[in-house]
Design a protein around this ligand. Structure first.
Ligand code: ADP
Length: 756
């Protein structure tokens, strides 16, 4: 207790004692009051002090008592000593029954004794008058003295001890307080005059004056509890409003619980939600000053006891049971626990902990807490439902976004409603560019026959039969993309018009392969037939009139058959190798002497074309590589065959094998028409043939295979050519890092072997 409180109370006590002695010594009995009535007055004072009448004004509550009214008959009739004793006894009784603290009780007794003594003395000094009117006036004067003394002491307490100077309150409230106190003075004085008159007339009538006081008190109590209920319901409405307007537990529960805590006027409110993963989730809300609202996952002893057993809102007391012990362990004496039940599922428990003030929880509050618990259950169910819907939506969105297929939905008028990532990667147009537009036409969609397809009018046709399954569209980069589409119409529903969902798969590669296959079959069948014609012709001639042919003619016939057979063989080998390379099959790697292979290839070519000149220049050092003999032979053979095929018969072909910088190269040089620079890369593509070469037979597979084989062994094939001057194709292969023992000794000097 602050020292100034002690100081002030001591001062008031001294004042009261002084005034009490003065009054006792100076004021004699004016009208006899029986000792029994003094006791009645004392009881009336005690009652009047308890029967506070509350009044409300703009959210503030003020309380007045009409204790002064009981003083009136006492002060008017009794001796100073009786006044002091009766008032002291009455107030003491009131303090005991009101269970007020010692300091407050001492102050109250001293305050009322001082005020009553002052009133008694002032009436004594002014005299009671000779007529009733004068007496009444004197009594009013004495009541004024009582009232003033009382107000001075109370205001003193407020300003001096409690540190609430009157001026610190809102001016409207100050005027209310002053008005209220003046009102209480008027009411006390009128009631006091009536009681005095009644007491002088018939002493037993005076106590009946307590009845209006009792009525006012009970009306005040009813008003107070009504207001408390209304405030509770208002608070509850605000609490449920938070639950109704949000679908996130973390943002809705704390403010809702804070409102509920304030409405129930409890020290703390806790919402304990059980979870499958061990400890429950606890939302706590205390007074802002005590930390506001927090959420944590932690063990909760009381909730563990309650969750499985509680079926309806229940009060928990401060003693006895295990529950009370758990409550006590949390530092609380009283609690209201309401279960959170969703059908048979127990979601948790709502705990209201320690009502502010003395009272416990009323029955009505149990029902209201139950209603709040049901609102919370409804909220949690909604949150769970939304979470489940959101999960499903997310899963679907993930599927739609991550599938390689394009998925696009169109409104009845062709407006694009959705455009997934697959569609974006196939066409190069992003969802931002396409959604909410009618830009499907940007893709210039056409069917397999090249007819325009209009998606803006899809809804006018029946079903989806009229929509092209194979669609060619133009991507953002100008390339043509082939789409294989399937369509489904989604009927109009819930305010949404009918829509068309198109699932598109990029089949450009497959389509190119189909075209290639067609080309391949056409080319290969033609190429296979071409050598067969002279073979069949010459064979027929030899058979029918071989004996009539000269030796030279027979030689020519057989050589022609051999040449064509070699072409056929080369063709078949290329095709075979092509499919092996496409299938990713590789040959076993050996140590291969490239120069030896080159010489062998040239010898084979010359056997069929003895009229041609083909020179080979092997290197002076070993030309060992790690590779496949078959592949290297195929590659060199293709290059030499081309050089022979695309140059004049009288022009020589040079084959040079060289070793330098860790690589073995085979250059095949002809003096043919050459290849224009822009075609020099293209000729390595599959089935690529230059127009000017059309008079020569060919498949367009040779260089393609050659490059694939070379790259398969870590090398490459390049061309350098001057149109009109001839071409040089160079096959490069990495030299074998370690020479294989037993290889032929390096040749001493470059040697041109003219095999022609
Ligand atoms: P093919 O010879 O069966 O047509 P290739 O793939 O071997 O197929 O050659 C592709 C094309 O490259 C040939 O059609 C020809 O137009 C051109 N070409 C290849 N080699 C030469 C060369 N030595 N001189 C000129 N053009 C050539």
């Amino acid at each position: 207790m602050p020292a100034r409180t002690k100081f002030f109370v001591t001062g008031v006590v001294i004042l009261a004692i002084t005034l009490a002695f003065d009054a006792s010594a100076a004021v004699p009995v004016r009208h006899h009051v029986a000792a029994g009535y003094l006791v009645v007055f004392a009881i009336m004072i005690a009652l009047a002090e308890r029967l506070q009448v509350r009044y409300f004004y703009s959210g503030h509550v003020e309380a007045v008592t009409l204790v002064e009214s009981v003083f009136a008959p006492l002060v008017f009739c009794a001796s100073g000593r009786d006044v002091v004793l009766t008032v002291a006894g009455g107030v003491l009784l009131g303090e005991i029954t009101g269970r007020n603290g010692i300091t407050k009780s001492v102050f109250n007794i001293a305050q009322w004794v001082a005020a009553a003594s002052a009133g008694s003395l002032s009436l004594h000094l002014s005299g009671t008058g000779s007529t009733p009117a004068e007496s009444a006036l004197a009594l009013v004067g004495a009541m004024l003295v009582v009232w003033i003394a009382n107000q001075v002491l109370i205001t003193g307490v407020l300003c001096f001890v409690a540190g609430h100077p009157l001026g610190s309150r809102e001016s409207s409230v100050v005027s209310l307080v002053v008005l209220g106190r003046l009102g209480s003075f008027v009411a006390s004085t009128v009631l006091g005059l009536l009681m005095t008159a009644a007491f002088l007339w018939l002493p037993w009538v005076a106590p009946l004056a307590m009845m209006p006081l009792a009525f006012m008190w009970s009306a005040g109590r009813a008003e107070t509890s009504l207001r408390a209920d209304r405030r509770l319901l208002d608070g509850l409405q605000r609490a449920t409003h938070h639950l109704a307007t949000s679908l996130s537990a973390s943002s809705a529960l704390p403010p809702s619980l804070a409102e509920a805590r304030a409405a129930f006027e409890v020290k703390e409110i806790q919402l304990v939600l059980v979870s499958d993963s061990g400890f429950p989730m606890i939302y706590r809300c205390q007074d802002e000053a005590d930390g506001g609202c927090t959420a944590e996952i932690a063990p909760h002893g009381l909730a563990e006891l309650l969750v499985d057993s509680l079926d309806e809102p229940t009060r928990l007391g401060s003693s006895g049971s295990q529950l009370a012990a758990a409550l006590g362990a949390m530092g609380y004496q009283r609690a209201l626990a309401a279960p959170l039940l969703a059908g048979d599922t127990r979601l948790g428990v709502l705990l209201l902990l320690d009502r502010e003030g003395a009272e416990g929880f009323e029955d009505g509050e149990l029902s209201i807490a139950g209603a709040l618990a049901r609102e919370i259950v409804g909220f949690l169910e909604r949150v769970e439902l939304v979470r489940a819907i959101d999960d499903e939506r997310r899963k679907l969105a993930d599927i739609v976004e991550n599938t390689g297929d394009g998925i696009v939905s169109l409104d009845a008028d062709g407006t694009i409603l959705s455009w997934n990532a697959g569609m974006a990667s196939m066409t190069g147009y992003t969802a931002d560019e396409m959604v909410e537009t009618r830009h499907f036409g940007l893709l210039r969609p056409r069917d397999a026959q090249g007819n325009d397809v209009h998606f803006g009018t899809w809804a006018s046709g029946p079903g989806t039969d009229g929509l092209a399954t194979d669609l060619q569209v133009v991507a953002a980069d100008g390339s043509t993309v082939w789409l294989s589409c399937s369509y489904s119409r989604v009927p109009a529903r819930e305010g949404r018009s009918e829509s068309l969902i198109t699932v598109a798969r990029n089949v450009t590669k497959a389509r190119e392969l189909d075209l290639l296959k067609d080309d391949f079959i056409a080319v290969v069948s033609h190429e296979l037939r071409t050598p067969l014609v002279p073979i069949k012709g010459w064979a027929q001639t030899l058979l029918n009139r071989g004996d009539r042919l000269t030796e030279d003619q027979r030689r020519t016939a057989v050589r022609s058959i051999l040449t064509q057979a070699q072409r056929l063989e080369a063709l078949v080998l290329n095709i075979l190798e092509s499919s092996r390379v496409e299938a990713g099959q590789s040959e076993a790697l050996d140590s291969v002497d490239v120069a030896a292979v080159a010489i062998r290839v040239v010898e084979d070519v010359l056997a069929a074309r003895p009229d041609r000149t083909i020179r080979v220049a092997p290197p002076t050092v070993p030309s060992q590589v790690r590779g496949s003999t078959v592949w290297i032979e195929r590659a060199i053979s293709n290059l030499v065959a081309n050089a022979v095929k695309y140059s004049q018969d009288d022009q020589p072909v040079d084959v040079v094998v060289a070793v330098s910088n860790g690589a073995v190269s085979v250059s095949v040089t002809d003096r043919g028409p050459g290849i224009s620079p822009d075609a020099q890369e293209r000729i390595f593509d599959r089935f690529e043939r230059l127009e000017e070469s059309n008079k020569q037979t060919g498949t367009g597979l040779g260089l393609y295979i050659t490059r694939r084989l070379a790259r398969g062994m870590g090398g490459d094939v390049t061309v350098s050519s001057l149109p009109g001057a001839g071409s040089t194709f160079v096959l490069t292969l990495p030299e074998a890092s370690n020479a294989v023992p037993g290889l032929p000794a390096p040749r001493s000097a470059p040697e041109v072997v003219n095999l022609g």
